[in-house]
Design a protein around this ligand. Structure first.
Ligand code: ADP
Ligand code: ASP
Ligand code: MG
Length: 455
């Protein structure tokens, strides 16, 4: 058994569905469970509709839903065989009927609660997975649909739910595994349900995580993440073109890169895979012949110290300074308690005796956090910063890397630097306006000569 996950662009149209049917068909002998994301940008559009409803623009919200219905009817209609058109129409009728009711409920409540947020987003994957399952037979691939909510059991942290692993694995073994023995199975990523059946989601980009959970639950031989790039590249292609394909990378390096912005993989994806030691492969659904990136449990020997450079834009640096707190214990605890209370993750931290600087990328509660911290210290907030993170497991044994970094970007102001606790990353904070220039210089420094075994 293998798990094959296809992201939003890989299922964005009837043509894309035909392409992936070809790919899945060529793996039929390995008994695939297929996990799909919502079609194209559907999740963003559903959320925009929910926000409009919450702001009282219910007509605009319903118009957005109508456009999404037309999009799914057009692409779905072109993808499914003639005999399934009736089923497709019934599916669109019930799903969009329910979505409209939900949007009206949001308008009435005047806010999108976390539970309603999950309910609204879930239609993306519910629709895409049902449509793909209907479409596959037209291209010669017999397939059945599996509602992810019947197997992926989560806690009730709406918007960022975590799987209840033993129940979930049991359901995959009992329900999904026998189905996969019979035909290809198609399931939506990103969504799950609590033990009481309330719909939840695993956080943005969470379909990769669903695929890994499914893989672990089935004891799959391999988890394939099919996307719109050739694999893990040496830099983020949205920041700098010309990156090289990293053919082999360890789980730990991949997790570090994902955490620091390499969106090609959701950061939680590798956890279930590590636990069950299942290799993960990143592949391009538009160029299936490319070998992609293989992520494995063992460190991969490489003469390049750095394997890839990840970036996170729109980072805010919060600096907290207190002379009163000089030498006082408990200062850091009090600071972190504030971020914790507002559920705002902190990525990087650097301290001196009287001050602490840290970075956050979620600013939803920033003004509350600032107000609370101001009671105990002087606070400054610096928006529009970026984190650059160089990752490679050889970094831990290599001296002189910091020197190479500093000389490569000597004309860029580095606001924070940290050698990650894992010892395999060096992270820097620079002004957002310097990001491209800095990544370009670092990429030239570390990737001009390439180890042919890895790149
Ligand atoms: P999917 O919809 O298939 O899940 P995503 O958009 O979530 O696709 O992830 C793929 C994207 O990740 C690429 O198009 C690319 O822009 C981005 N990305 C960021 N960093 C990297 C990297 N180091 N290597 C490859 N892609 C990256
Ligand atoms: N559709 C979800 C999102 O856009 C999950 C995913 O694509 O992985 O975040
Ligand atoms: Mg993704």
């Amino acid at each position: 058994m293998i798990v094959m996950k296809f992201g939003g662009t890989s299922v964005e149209s009837a043509a894309a569905m035909e392409r992936i049917a070809g790919i899945v068909g060529s793996y039929a002998h390995r008994k695939p469970l297929v996990v799909v994301s919502a079609m194209g940008k559907t999740t963003n559009r559903l959320l925009a509709a929910a926000d409009k409803a919450a702001a009282g623009n219910v007509e605009d919200a319903l118009r957005d839903a109508e456009e999404l219905r037309a999009f799914h009817r057009k692409e779905g209609g072109a993808a499914v065989p003639a005999e399934s058109l009736g089923t497709l129409n019934a599916l669109l009728e019930t799903h969009f009927g329910e979505l409209e009711v939900t949007l009206e409920a949001i308008a009435k409540a005047g806010e999108v609660t976390a539970a309603l947020w999950d309910e609204v987003c879930s239609y993306g994957e519910r629709l895409s997975s049902s449509i793909v399952a209907l479409a596959f037979p037209k291209f010669g691939v017999a397939a059945r649909h599996l509602d992810a909510r019947s197997v992926l059991v989560t806690d009730s942290r709406h918007g960022q739910a975590l799987p209840l692993y033993s129940r979930t694995y049991q359901r995959f073994a009992e329900k999904a595994a026998p189905m996969v023995e019979e035909s290809v199975v198609v399931m939506g990523g990103f969504i799950g349900a609590t033990v009481d059946g309330v719909t939840t989601t695993l956080g943005r980009g969470g379909s990769d995580f669903s695929a890994a959970i499914a893989g672990a639950g089935l004891g799959a031989e391999e988890i394939q993440i099919w996307t719109d790039v050739d694999g893990m590249l040496t830099c983020d292609p949205r920041v700098l073109a010309g990156g090289h394909l990293v053919r082999h990378i360890s789980f730990v390096e991949a997790a570090e890169l994902a955490y620091f912005g390499a969106k090609v993989l959701h950061p939680a994806t590798v956890l279930p895979a590590i636990e069950k030691n299942i290799p993960v492969r990143i592949l391009n659904s538009r160029r299936p012949e490319v070998e992609g990136t293989l992520i494995v449990s063992e460190p991969v020997p490489c003469t390049n110290f750095v394997k890839s450079i990840a970036c996170k834009k729109d980072i805010t640096v919060v600096s907290i300074r207190s002379l009163r707190m000089l030498m006082a214990h408990g200062f850091l605890r009090r600071i972190f308690e504030v971020f914790d209370r507002y559920r705002t993750p902190v990525d990087m931290v650097s301290t001196s005796e009287v001050s602490v600087s840290l970075t956050i990328d979620q600013t939803r509660f920033l003004s509350d956090i600032e107000a609370e911290l101001s009671k105990i210290a002087e606070v400054t907030v610096l928006p529009n910063q970026a984190i650059i993170c160089l990752v490679g497991d050889a970094l831990r044994e290599t001296s002189g890397v910091a020197e190479r970094i500093f000389s490569a970007i000597k004309d860029v102001n580095i606001r924070m630097i940290s050698q990650g606790a894992s010892l395999m990353n060096v992270s820097l904070v620079v002004d957002g306006a310097d990001l491209v220039r800095a990544v370009d210089a670092l990429h030239r420094e570390f990737f001009t000569v390439l180890d042919p075994e890895v790149f």
